[in-house]
Design a binder for this molecule. Sequence first.
Ligand code: DP6
Length: 326
Amino acid sequence: MEKYQATAIAHPNIALIKYWGNRDHEMRIPENGSISFNLGSLYTKTTVIFNPSLEIDSLEINGIQTLNSGLKRISNFLKIVREWTSTPYYAQVISENNFPMGAGIASSAAAFASLSLASIKALGLFLTEKDLSRLARRGSGSACRSIPQGFVEWLPGRDDQESFSYSFASVNHWDLVDVIAIVAKNHKSVGSTAGHALANSSPLQRVRVADAPRRLGIGKNAILQRDFNELAEIVELDSNLMHSVMMTSNPSLFYWEPATISIMKAVPEWRQQGIPACYTLDAGPNVHIICQSEYANDVVNLVNQITGVLQVMVSPVGGGAYLVEE
Ligand code: DP6
């Protein structure tokens, strides 16, 4: 019997202006627009095989069969793929990452971006970048930002058709790097999906969302002008605002570890001393330190001196999702 198979690679992305909270949870229509860049040295490679003889979907991550919530999420997404493409077949999904999962590095973004592209190709179909981004969004909101290359904006839109990402500056536009300080390797206790659902229970979310277009405008302009100081101020403000919402949600989400705070205090001091760097955090304790590539070694050396830093990874700006020949 014929099988329908393809493999794709996608990079995770780091948001400089964050997505937190949905106006439609099921469709993953966000409350506000966001901007990010892809992390070129980190990737997820996903092979999908639609097979007429299968009776359920299956998932293997880094060589281990995954059941429970991980499989359920992939299977829910494959159901959407089946609806979009009128395919009746179940699929085997085989995924591998070169970075730790569940620790504030958006593994779901690279996973659903690569799975979207591989699924469409496996079924012999083609989608525009916009529609692939819309499809990836249904698996994980931030995944829609891992489809286009380089520096990316997610237009929030008001419905499924309007909510997608596009590249506003290419990979080579600005040689920023993300120096990722890992301070905890365990799986996070409350994941992003549950976190988004709590956002509106914080009295601060309304204020954060109302001011988001202003921050996004400043952040995007700073990237286009390659103005690091302007970018640094707005990136740290945006991350602090999101974590303020998290901490004041009910129940409250407190992701930081002591080493997280040490880094957050150190980075603005480095900036004052002439090392242009700024911090941003996702839904976890690890700290992403953004700087220009010429300062990456200095930042790595400095962050390695901070107590509680377990590992440091460095990534330049990366391309969009792409197919791999098998
Ligand atoms: C804090 O995209 O992981 O990283 O749509 O539920 O999969 P789901 O959430 P997810 O949320 C990312 C939140 C964030 C900020 C960001 O990347 O913009």
